[in-house]
Each structure stands twice: as structure tokens, then as C-alpha cells.
Design a protein around this ligand. Structure first.
Ligand code: PGA
Length: 240
């Protein structure tokens, strides 16, 4: 299967014109990549980027769990779909930590995303306090999170899981990053619980992407910081 490479731009860049510039510098590498590349810019840019680059695939970083009605400020999955999103990330650790998203909320979001006919990308991953207790503790944490974030969602439902150890996110420079070997082991563990595509995310860059992608079990990458740097991201796309 083709490797799935998700560019998670988070809350960057601060203006549409910059986002257009960035996609323009990455478009041909994305089209030439053997992997399947999905850009997840801030939601407000989706419509414009999709119409400017109709051949590229786009996704959203989040969606509300309500899809229509009197919910001021909410952006539902159907709205995102209508402006070109095919994927929606749910339960990213930054949403969980900064916006109080619980597993119960994540379940509702995933259901709404699936009902709208979009592909959900569920993020799971252990915090440092858990990882410090070892691999077994980390597996236990991830298994529970997977179970609680997918409660009542049939095991056979098609979705993507991204394993993102929280302590390995945005660490550029600090030297803290998951080894491809440990990432692959956790991904094998996740696949036993939940068959489907499982990605790795957390400080992926042009130097380590190749090593993660070399593992057959790692179905792709969720790339944050490095997806905003065109040279870096182009290099990652070449390895896919
Ligand atoms: P990072 O982010 O690549 O900047 O660590 C990954 C993510 O949070 O999805």
C-alpha cells in the first residue's frame, strides 16, 4: 500500500497568501511522490487552496461533533467536506491538552466525521510520565486510549490511526524523539487491536523520515513542523 503522508500545519501560517505560497512550493513534489499526500492547513484556507490546487488532497485538523444547526462557531465535517477536505484529524494531543478534548468528545467527533463520508485520523500516544514507566505501561495507555476514543465504533470501520507519543511532538532540537524501531513495535501492537492504516507522528524530519518509512508496519507519517519547511517536506516526500 502507498505510504500516507499527512502535513499537519497546525495554526500556521498566519495568512492565506502565505499558505498559497507554501502549497505552490510543495505541489509538484506532492504530485510526484509515490506516497499519498494530504495537506491539513487551518480550516479557513481549505476552500481557496482546494480550488487553486484541485489535484492535491486536503484534510482538516479538527471538526466539531455537531454537523448542522444552532451551534455558533462550530465547523462541522460536512462543511469541511464541501470545501474539499477528505480527511479530518481527531483527538490530536494538542486538542486534548489545550482544548479539553476528552475521549468521549473524540468518539463523537469520529462518528460525525465518518457520517459525513470523510476519513478520520485518530491520534493516540502516551505522555512522558507514562513512557518513563516503560514500554508495557505505554502500550497499556495507548490500548486504553484507542478503546475509549473508538467506543462503539466497530472494529472493521475504516479509519486511520496516528501513533504520536506526546513527548516526541515538536521536539526539534531537544533530541527527544522516538526510535523507528520502537514506533514500529507500538504500531504493530495497535494493529493487533485495531486493523487498518497506522501512521507515526512526532518530530519527523528529512533526516529520520526514511528510517520510519523503511518499516513495513509504519503506513505513513503525520508531519507537523517539518511540513511547513518546503525543503524539509520535499525531502520527506521523496522517501515516501
Ligand atoms: P511535529 O508534530 O512533527 O512538529 O512533532 C507532529 C504532530 O503534532 O502531528
Amino acid at each position: 500500500m502507498r505510504k500516507l503522508i499527512i502535513a499537519n500545519w497546525k495554526l500556521n501560517p498566519k495568512a492565506l497568501a502565505e499558505a498559497e505560497r507554501l502549497v505552490r512550493t510543495l505541489a509538484s513534489a506532492a504530485r510526484a511522490s509515490k506516497g499519498e499526500v494530504v495537506f491539513c492547513p487551518p480550516a479557513a484556507y481549505l476552500a481557496e487552496l482546494k480550488s487553486g490546487f484541485p489535484k492535491l488532497a486536503f484534510g482538516a485538523q479538527d471538526a466539531s461533533y455537531v454537523d448542522e444547526g444552532p451551534y455558533t462557531g462550530a465547523v462541522g465535517p460536512s462543511v469541511l467536506k464541501s470545501v474539499g477536505a477528505e480527511y479530518v484529524i481527531a483527538g490530536h494531543s494538542e486538542r486534548r491538552a489545550n482544548f479539553g478534548e476528552t475521549d468521549a468528545i473524540v468518539v463523537k467527533k469520529i462518528k460525525a466525521i465518518l457520517s459525513a463520508g470523510l476519513t478520520a485520523i485518530l491520534c493516540v500516544g502516551e505522555p512522558l510520565t507514562v513512557r518513563n514507566k516503560g514500554i508495557a505501561a505505554s502500550q497499556k495507555f495507548v490500548a486504553q486510549q484507542l478503546k475509549d476514543s473508538l467506543k462503539n465504533i466497530p472494529r472493521t470501520t475504516k479509519l486511520v490511526v496516528a501513533y504520536e507519543p506526546v513527548w516526541a511532538i515538536s521536539t526539534s532540537g531537544s533530541g527527544k524523539s522516538e526510535t523507528p524501531e520502537d514506533a514500529a513495535a507500538m504500531i504493530r501492537f495497535i494493529k493487533k487491536l485495531r486493523p487498518g492504516r497506522v501512521l507515526y507522528g512526532g518530530s519527523v524530519n528529512s533526516k529520520n523520515a526514511k528510517d520510519f518509512l523503511a518499516y513495513r508496519d509504519i503506513d505513513g507519517l503525520l508531519v507537523g513542523g517539518a511540513s511547513l519547511k518546503s525543503e524539509e517536506f520535499r525531502a520527506i516526500l521523496r522517501y515516501a
